[in-house]
Design a protein around this ligand. Structure first.
Ligand code: PEP
Ligand code: MN
Length: 352
């Protein structure tokens, strides 16, 4: 980590960046109001820090040991860019601010009519962002894989519906990219790229998705520690994209819990992650609980724990959903959940 002098010139900053690159590393430049901090990306063990200290404009050089330094509160504080809270703007929606943001929609896009009906309903219920899976990660190859699985034309058709539904009901849209090969196509249609729990460890997918310069909704793998989750988020940040929305979606349950919930919603992860990073944290109670009758309670608890947003699966008739019907709530239930969560959000915000 290199802290530049307050009076350092832009030429001196680029001189340091050039020197870092010459040594085979990448640089992350964070310009604060008064000073610039430069993060070194790569295996720093072979780096001669003393030499860097002698470069013009450099005030101080030191090592930050954490594997997720670019997204750490510490790094942000150094450049004095720690405007709290750090927010991600998607159109006129601010993720990470004081008002909770609600992402809602079907688990999976099934038809134009199904998507538009749900989009209209979730908007009326108070949702801000529309979700809908087109490339679905599924445990069984014999189950519905999402409309994108049928081929490129079918994927484009479903992506077009998603984009149009977002435009018609004035909501930015998010969908999952399950593999590197889908990133270019999906990025043309959506406002936020989702990386699903199963792909949290896919460095190449993370890097490719980050390069699109769109916000990334990044889900924690159900077996990942918080340290791993943040370390893999760093792959996105290392591409110069810090618009990362971290999503807690439940971890593998143990013992008797197994028969009652799909995963265990790790709500302690929300404040724990917030102590480490400035990135916004959202909660997905749908995949965590796996049961519609728990969504209201888990949503309220998530907002109380400090989540800045929720992502909830909704269907007008959950029984006919092709995927995850057991955890989908109705638009009416979404409305009640949002209303309760807004009250909790208002109550808790001034107490933090
Ligand atoms: C999803 O949000 O559509 C999804 C598949 O979730 P997860 O990756 O958390 O299982
Ligand atoms: Mn789902």
């Amino acid at each position: 980590m290199i802290i530049m002098k307050t009076e350092a010139t832009p030429e001196q900053v680029s001189g340091v960046v050039k020197e870092i690159k010459r040594r085979g590393f990448r640089a992350d430049v964070s310009k604060g109001e008064y000073k610039t901090v430069i993060g070194i990306i790569g295996d720093e063990r072979g780096m001669d820090f003393a030499q860097l200290e002698n470069l013009p404009g450099v005030k101080e050089v030191f090592r930050i040991e954490t594997p997720y330094k670019l997204i750490s509160r510490e790094y942000n504080r150094l450049s004095e860019t720690d405007k709290s809270p750090f927010t991600i703007k998607v159109e006129d929606i601010e993720i990470g601010g004081i008002n909770p943001v609600y992402i809602a929609g079907p688990c999976s896009v099934e038809s134009r009519k199904q998507l538009f009906t749900i989009a209209e309903a979730v908007k009326k219920s108070g949702a801000h962002i529309l979700r809908g899976g087109i490339f679905k990660p599924r445990s069984s190859v014999h189950s519905f894989q999402g409309l994108g699985a049928a081929g490129r034309d079918e994927a484009i058709e479903a992506l077009t519906w998603l984009k149009e539904a977002g435009e018609e009901f004035e909501m930015p849209v998010v969908t999952e990219v399950r593999g590197e090969g889908q990133v270019d196509l999906v990025a043309e249609y959506v406002d936020i790229l989702q990386i699903g729990a199963r792909n949290m460890y896919d460095q190449d997918l993370l890097t490719k998705a980050a390069s699109k310069e769109k916000p990334i909704l990044f889900k924690r793998h159900f077996g990942a520690s918080i340290e791993e989750f943040l370390s893999f988020s760093e792959y996105i940040a290392a591409e110069g994209n810090k618009n990362i929305i971290l999503c807690e979606r439940g971890i593998v349950p143990v013992g008797k819990g197994k028969s009652f919930t799909r995963y265990t919603l790790d709500l302690g992860a929300v404040p724990a992650i917030q102590k480490e990073t400035f990135l916004p944290v959202l909660v997905d109670p749908s995949h965590a609980a796996g049961r519609r009758d728990l969504i209201f309670s888990m949503s309220c608890a998530a907002i109380a724990a400090g989540a800045c947003a929720l992502m909830i699966e909704v269907h007008y008739n959950p029984a006919e959903a092709l995927v995850d019907g057991q955890q989908a709530i109705t638009p009416e239930e979404l409305k009640n959940t949002i209303s309760a969560c807004n009250k909790i959000g208002k109550l808790i915000a001034p107490l933090r």
